[in-house]
Ligand binder design. Structure first.
Ligand SMILES: O=C(O)C(=O)C[C@]1(C(=O)O)C=C[C@@H](O)C=C1
Length: 93
């Protein structure tokens, strides 16, 4: 299989552009995954502190704030992304 096959490009020039850009995407995805893992760890610290003080795991007014920030920055898909992030950080409610 040559470079044009794996990229879907029809010319070697386009295949080169795509291969380079995919490397950047992979590097960005690695960072995003790391940030998500870091976010989940920080979120766990908050939840543990709240629970061990007698509070509840979930704080809905804070979740509304988080959802609003993502929606403002990214539009409607931002809300879906934030909901997924929240679920990853505090489990299902
Ligand atoms: O900010 C908090 O109070 C958190 O517990 C963190 C967090 C979050 O991951 O953003 C997680 C659970 C809460 O329901 C609200 C927000």
């Amino acid at each position: 299989m040559n470079a044009t096959d794996v990229t879907g490009a029809r010319t070697p020039e386009a295949a080169g552009v795509i291969t380079g850009a995919r490397e950047r995407i992979d590097a960005l995805d690695d960072r995003i995954i790391g940030l998500i893992q870091e976010r989940a760890a920080v979120s766990a610290v908050i939840q543990e502190a709240r629970i061990s003080s007698g509070g509840r795991r979930v704080n809905l007014s804070r979740e509304m704030e988080v959802l609003g920030r993502y929606r403002e920055a990214l539009g409607k898909p931002g809300t879906a992304l934030a909901m997924t992030l929240l679920e990853m950080c505090r489990g299902r409610i």
